[in-house]
Design a protein around this ligand. Structure first.
Ligand code: WTA
Length: 651
């Protein structure tokens, strides 16, 4: 039995159901065949160049499509464009100024309709505000805002003048904010007094003030009034957004930027404590996100109402709320708050209200909706929906099926999109009019993308499990880690020579479908068998009493690792741990039976909704927990730790 080989990721519990695109969907779909794949397979440089020319407006043509000196890529070299011009001006110039860019819905129920013309106007004014605060091309601006239109405006204003933004999720602490400001050496911080969350105002400005105590580069702070909470303003440094906007000049021409102009930094956690400032540039990135947004979601910009529920503080918000959709001239919904305020049906109420046609969310959210029950979406008419998307973690087949049935009315194609902060845009996903889907599989690499699995030694794997690698440069790829290109090379390009290593495990089934298995550190090794935490979680969640499950491999003296499961039951239900263990054995095999199951009312998650598996492993192994500042609810951990210590293992 192989022990330390990716080939040994056991291909257990294959999902057999298939869903071809319906004839009704295909009738109006943008892509119903393989022509894009064929085109890209011939010549992927030429393919991306044609997409870029088709989707974007360039001020100056590029001379070289892609310059590749591993691991550094440049795309559309010599070309010039302005990202904010592409997202705003050209739509207005084409006569679409009155088209809605954002239907904004505040958590308290206030609404705001922002047209493309208004978005352009505010962006130009705010670009002038930034200039007035001394921001020039090449500077960095930090953004720490709730989910309000000003977040997009601030980002686009930076892009307009060639400053790079660094957005920090509003749920991050003062420490995290100051770390990111310091690493980026930001000149200006854009924040708000506060925002709405779960019926209350959460203050941002006081946290920003605390962060600014330990920074030295910020000379100006702009504060958007949103929460209405009292805040202190530092004379000479702090300014109200509305006051500066009132006196700002209305016009700020979009200056052409080099294709490789730094567009933004976005910090993401690595295996070490220090977050990495992932660098993204302009021409290639915008090509990638515009292309994927259009074709993965089958966007018909004139009629679709698109809603991505991500926060602008994460890469999904950057690529699929701001840049991709606006480059494509889409109409979107932007929602400020939590999904269960005032009721568990808030999301579905909004879908009905705005007639949302394309809905993009995360598996963790879908499982939460499952937990709340199908009666919540059933309260609303969701028949406007036509495409559903998923991102952020492997979607277990049961959640996929629930999404399809209870949200998609059994007819919407589901696009499970695999990508990362580092990839900039979607890499592996179905095209909804062309791809036959299987619940739980992200299917195939998109046209123009090269992805392969390799084993421990870097040899290609054509069937079964392996490490996911990317084999060729792509336009949206990260250009490095801010201030640490050695770490960039080391983190992504050293494990398998010549390949980008994504850090994810995956398996290929006999039909060539890719099944993402989660981070490689989430793959357990039990008695020499590699078993994905995701597969066991899927099995647990397929039991009718289980709402959500997180599985970790804890060190075990006999078996190497033992499978430990944390399970949240559906409201009001009770079940014996033994029943669930047998259920997993039934679904996958006795090898995958969890050694212990702990029941818990909530799972510890990061503020972006990812289950903190490493932390659960620490709990399972009785280790000290260290920093839990990114936990959505830190008390959950204490509770889990208490139970893990008290309850003997069922074995
Ligand atoms: C995981 C989010 C399975 C994966 C866009 C990746 C997924 C990490 C999927 C990146 C998916 C994202 N199926 N796993 N469809 N999408 N992941 O940087 O482990 O926040 O490496 O980017 O999320 O997370 P990040």
């Amino acid at each position: 039995m192989p022990t330390d080989d990716a080939q040994a990721i056991d291909a257990l519990g294959w999902e057999k159901r298939t869903f071809p695109p319906s004839a009704a969907f295909k009738r109006d779909a943008l892509v119903v065949d393989t022509h894009l794949y064929d085109d890209a397979a011939e010549d992927y440089h030429g393919f991306w160049a044609r997409q870029s020319a088709d989707l974007l407006a360039w001020s100056k043509d590029w001379s070289t499509i892609c310059e590749w000196e591993l691991p550094f890529a440049k795309w559309f070299v010599g070309g010039q464009l302005n990202v904010s011009y592409n997202c705003l001006d050209r739509h207005v110039i084409a006569g679409r100024g009155a088209k809605v860019a954002f239907h904004f819905e505040g958590e308290p129920g206030d609404t705001r309709t922002v047209t493309y013309a208004q978005l352009l106007d505010e962006t130009q004014r705010f670009a002038n505000v930034l200039k007035g605060l001394g921001v020039t091309k090449g500077d960095r601006v930090n953004i720490y805002l709730p989910m309000i239109p000003e977040a997009a405006i601030a980002m686009l204003a930076c892009a307009r003048i060639g400053a790079a933004h660094s957005v920090v999720f509003g749920g991050f602490s003062a420490q995290s904010l100051s770390d990111r400001i310091n690493d980026a050496e930001a000149k200006v911080l854009v924040t708000a007094d506060g925002g709405w969350r779960r019926g209350e105002v959460f203050p941002l400005k006081p946290t920003a003030d605390e962060a600014l105590i330990s920074t030295s580069t910020v000379t100006g702070v702009v504060v958007v009034r949103r929460g209405g909470n009292e805040v202190a303003m530092v004379e000479g440094r702090d300014h109200w957004y509305h006051e500066l906007m009132d006196t700002a000049a209305a016009e700020c021409p979009a200056e052409p930027m080099d294709s490789e102009q730094l567009l933004f930094l976005l910090y993401t956690s690595g295996t070490t404590g220090k977050p990495k400032g992932i660098m993204h540039t302009s021409g290639g990135y915008l090509t990638h996100v515009a292309f994927t947004h259009k074709y993965v979601f089958d966007l018909h910009a004139d009629t679709d109402v698109y809603w991505c529920t991500a926060d602008v503080g994460w890469v999904t918000g950057h690529s699929y709320i701001v840049y991709g959709p606006l480059a494509n001239g889409a109409t979107q919904v932007m929602y400020e708050g939590v999904p269960n305020h005032p009721g568990n049906d808030r999301i579905w109420e909004i879908v009905e209200k705005y007639g949302v046609t394309i809905f993009y969310t995360a598996p963790t959210a879908i499982r939460t909706y499952m937990k709340w029950g199908p009666q919540e979406p059933a309260k609303h008419d969701l028949s406007s929906l036509r495409v559903l998307g998923s991102v952020g973690e492997p979607i277990n087949p049961e959640a996929w099926m629930w999404y399809q049935e209870h949200i998609g009315g059994g007819t919407c194609p589901i696009v499970d999109t695999w990508w990362q902060t580092e990839t900039g845009g979607i890499m592996i996903s179905p095209l909804p009019g062309a791809t036959t889907t299987k619940p739980g599989s992200a299917t195939f690499p998109l046209p123009g993308i090269g992805a392969e699995l390799v084993d421990e030694n870097g040899a290609r794997v054509d069937a079964g499990g392996g490490y996911l690698t990317l084999t060729q440069p792509w336009p949206g790829m990260l250009r490095g880690i801010w201030g640490d290109q050695e770490r960039y090379r080391e983190t992504y390009w050293s494990r398998f020579p010549g390949r980008y290593f994504a850090g994810d495990g995956a398996k290929l089934d006999d039909d060539g479908y890719l099944w993402l298995l989660g981070r490689v550190d989430d793959v357990m090794n039990v008695s020499g068998h590699r078993i994905s935490t995701t597969e066991v979680e899927s099995a647990l969640v397929s039991h009718p009493s289980v709402a959500e499950a997180a599985v970790v491999g804890a060190t075990d003296p006999t078996t190497g690792q033992a499978i430990i499961a944390y399970v949240t039951l559906r409201g009001g239900l009770e079940v014996d741990a033994k029943v669930l263990r047998d259920h997993v054995a039934h679904e996958i095999g006795a090898i995958a039976k969890p050694k212990a199951i702990y029941f818990t009312p909530e799972l510890p998650k990061t503020r972006s909704g990812k289950i903190m598996r490493r932390l659960l492993r620490d709990v399972a192994e009785g280790r000290n927990l260290g920093d839990t500042s990114t936990l959505a609810d830190a008390t959950v951990v204490g509770e889990l730790q208490r139970r893990a210590a008290e309850e003997p293992s069922p074995d």
